[in-house]
Unconditional design. Sequence first.
Length: 272
Amino acid sequence: MKEFKTEHVGVAYGETTIIQDLSFEIPVGKITSIIGPNGCGKSTLLKTIGRIMKARKGAVYLDGKDIHTLSSREFAKKLAILPQMPVAPEGLTAEELVSYGRYAHQRGFGKLSARDKEVVAWALEVTGLSTFGTRNVDHMSGGQRQRVWIAMALAQQTDVILLDEPTTYLDVAYQLEVLELLEDLNKKHGCTIVMVLHDINLASRYADYLIALKKGSIVKEGTPQQVITKDMLKEVYQIESDIIQEKISKKPVCISYRLLNKTKKSDIAASI
């Protein structure tokens, strides 16, 4: 893949506009994280570039082609998307769930070919799940289940993987496990990864490129060093924060959050 971009994209739910007029380019072969407060349009944007939702205006392009001009099978060979908190059909093993990622490559009645089985085994291996292939997904930990879903996306053999809140409801260790896996996949296999994250510091640490949204518009985009600034935090999140350089990644991290224009509890109580 050589290009992945939007041009003047606008998205709405009924009469309510969520995304205003977005034009941006996703860096190919890099990790991009979309950040911003609740309700700013992060997940809507991800669904739009993943073709789950259709833009009311503008277009999303993969290698110069409008994504909506591609057949479902052709699109599935180019891009995989994992929604927030995906749920597997009850009783599936890890190997069975990962094999669903081969749908776009199958012919006839959908029987797995030797090549399909080879790719499924590879996807389980690179996600550290080779010994879990026959285990029921329902019986796995949260981190392991998330790895299975990522393995399924890998089995699609796409250039792009989109993930909506891949660390939701995971404890700190599992969050790091999943993000380090994605970082490893990006570096070793060249996957272009785009993910929505709530945690600003994790987004800064693991992404090469950040897009900060507020009310459906881009406030700032660029490297973590360019985006994670006091001014951006004030405008997007309405917070004051001290920013330091993280020792391992050398990326900016926020400490000592403080709300701007904080209303005192005594003032609220007095008004009741």
